[in-house]
Ligand binder design. Structure first.
Ligand SMILES: C[S@@+](CC[C@H](N)C(=O)[O-])C[C@H]1O[C@@H](n2cnc3c(N)ncnc32)[C@H](O)[C@@H]1O
Length: 246
């Protein structure tokens, strides 16, 4: 199996969330915040889009991801650490956010409490994108099984595939104020529908060893046919949350 180009995947995901992300960061006062931290910054796909006028810090546990982030977001200061224990003094950031991170954590509440601790009073904590595979919509109906397979595979990798619906409660428990949660809308164009390569690479990597190759191939054929006919729907509800540190 080919090695997945994770930066390409994260850049693709960043394009899905761009409009809402920019809106939420603006609401959190991005123009005024002097220091912004992304926890679980990966290869720097999001960091690279932040305005260079702000001091930007990215943190990740993975050395290889940070090596790529150094290349893709050269203006950001980078730190290697675990989100469950953030190596910064309290109250030093105006905004602390994450993007497709909490589902991967053993203790997302511990990480959110840490993110809250780092914020100045009145600063904002944001979870900009957390999927919920339990609410996935697939059409044609034969493809619904793909969502169940992927959710099971994510659970097998230690992730929480229904993190989206848990965000509101976690933000409240972390002690954040004025909490707002919501779900990102979906929009599809013919050209986006035609782009299947990365989607199937990620799915095949997630499902490898769990689902027989022939079953997967059958699904792929149904998926490709539906895309060619312009009738494919694949919607994974992706939640966001923001709250103010006290
Ligand atoms: C799906 S990627 C998202 C990367 C980036 N936020 C983006 O959207 O492009 C999740 C990232 O979280 C990082 N991560 C997972 N567990 C972590 C932990 N305990 N502490 C810090 N980072 C972690 C992974 O190394 C990975 O880079």
């Amino acid at each position: 199996m080919n090695k997945i180009d994770w930066h390409a995947r994260y850049t693709q995901q960043a394009s899905w969330t761009r409009l809402l992300r920019e809106h939420l960061l603006h609401r959190a006062g991005m123009g005024q915040a002097t220091r912004i931290l992304e926890v679980g910054c990966g290869t720097g796909a999001i960091l690279a889009e932040l305005p260079a006028t702000t001091q930007i810090v990215g943190l990740d546990i993975d050395r290889e991801a940070l090596r790529l982030a150094r290349r893709h977001a050269p203006a950001a200061a980078l730190s290697r650490a675990d989100a469950h224990g953030l190596p910064f003094a309290s109250g030093v950031f105006g905004i602390v956010f994450c993007h497709y991170l909490l589902l991967w954590l053993d203790e997302p509440l511990t990480a959110l409490r840490e993110m809250t601790r780092l914020c100045k009073p009145g600063g904002w904590v944001l979870a900009l994108a957390e999927p919920d595979y339990g609410g996935r919509i697939d059409y044609p109906a034969e493809l619904a099984v793909l969502g169940r397979w992927q959710a099971d595979a994510l659970r097998g990798q230690g992730a929480e595939p229904e993190m989206g619906r848990r965000l509101a409660g976690l933000f409240q428990q972390a002690g954040l104020k004025d909490v707002e949660t919501g779900v990102m809308a979906g929009a599809w164009t013919a050209s986006a529908l035609a782009e299947t390569g990365l989607e199937w690479e990620v799915l095949a990597a997630d499902l490898a060893g769990n689902i027989p190759g022939a079953d997967l191939q059958k699904m792929k054929e149904i998926d490709l046919r539906a895309r060619q006919q312009g009738e494919r729907v694949l919607f994974v509800p992706t939640f966001y949350a923001l709250g103010r540190a006290g």
